[in-house]
Design a protein around this ligand. Structure first.
Ligand code: ADP
Length: 260
């Protein structure tokens, strides 16, 4: 995909969990394509500063909103910051997440609640706020306004890997949330899609083998980020209500995580 096919010039994006891993790569890919980006992570950190530096290095307008995505105030602040600083919210990428892998017989109430809260409630809050904003904007304009929602699901939501009852349940919920959003918001011009990424990040380091020495890493977060930028772009105008499993060709490297 050449950069010229994906133009997000003049659009404003929100990306959660963008201090590291996939979220950072997604924010950078959107910025490279021309979007202004409001990033979120739990709080200020060197990692967040690093992401902001990289966004500004590609010439993007960038802002940071710290806070837990499972708290409503964070979703509210992300929406208002994007509008106040950059005039709009066109693209929302829900990415922030945590894992607490445990065998079911060892899973605590907190392990369950935290993972469900951050992933599923976090996705719900910002998706809902964005839906309200896009619906109102479309009604004001008397025409569809083309909001784009990209949510982060996982094959875990379909497969239920060992030790991931909490994560799998959250991801299954995110898939359903996204499909329902796509159906219910299409009349306002909104597109919603889910990605199921296989990418090498701190969250998945126990699952995938080491990156190959030299050359292109098919499981690098940048490959997933390219898909996100495409889904957010006018080039994907006909694509909504879809779930994309992003494999590198290195499926055989996926090992069962060791979980107690
Ligand atoms: P991946 O890139 O696979 O999503 P990472 O662990 O590399 O996984 O990155 C997840 C990001 O989400 C981290 O930067 C982390 O600080 C952030 N994060 C985790 N929990 C929350 C939360 N409740 N609210 C906002 N950001 C969060």
């Amino acid at each position: 995909m050449s950069e010229s096919e994906v133009s997000l010039e003049g659009l404003v994006a929100i990306v959660t969990g963008a201090g590291a891993g996939l979220g950072r790569s997604e924010a950078i890919a959107l910025a490279r394509a021309g979007a202004a980006v409001v990033i979120n992570d739990l709080g200020p950190s060197d990692a967040v500063d690093d992401t902001l530096d990289q966004l500004r290095a590609v010439g993007a307008d960038a802002a940071f909103v710290g806070g837990d995505v499972s708290e409503r105030v964070t979703a509210d602040a992300l929406m208002s910051t994007a509008q106040e600083r950059f005039g709009s919210v066109d693209i929302v990428v829900n990415n922030a997440g945590v894992v607490r892998d445990r065998m079911l017989f060892n899973m605590s109430d907190d392990d369950w609640d935290l993972v469900l809260k951050v992933h599923l409630r976090g996705h719900f809050l910002l998706s809902r706020n964005a839906a309200q904003y896009w619906r109102a904007k479309s009604k004001d304009a008397g025409a569809p306004i083309y909001g784009r929602l990209v949510n982060t699901s996982s094959e875990a939501g379909l497969l239920g890997p060992e030790g991931q009852a909490n994560y799998g349940a959250a991801k299954a919920g995110i898939t359903a949330l996204t499909l329902s959003a796509a159906r219910g918001l299409s009349r306002y011009g909104v597109r919603a899609n889910a990605i199921c990424p296989r990418a090498r990040t701190s969250m998945t380091e126990g699952v995938f083998g080491a990156a190959p020495d030299g050359g292109d890493d098919p499981l690098s977060p940048e490959h997933v980020a390219e898909l996100v930028a495409y889904l957010a772009s006018p080039a994907a105008a006909a694509i909504s209500g879809q779930v994309f499993v992003v494999y590198g060709p290195m499926v055989a490297l996926m090992a069962a995580p060791t979980v107690e």
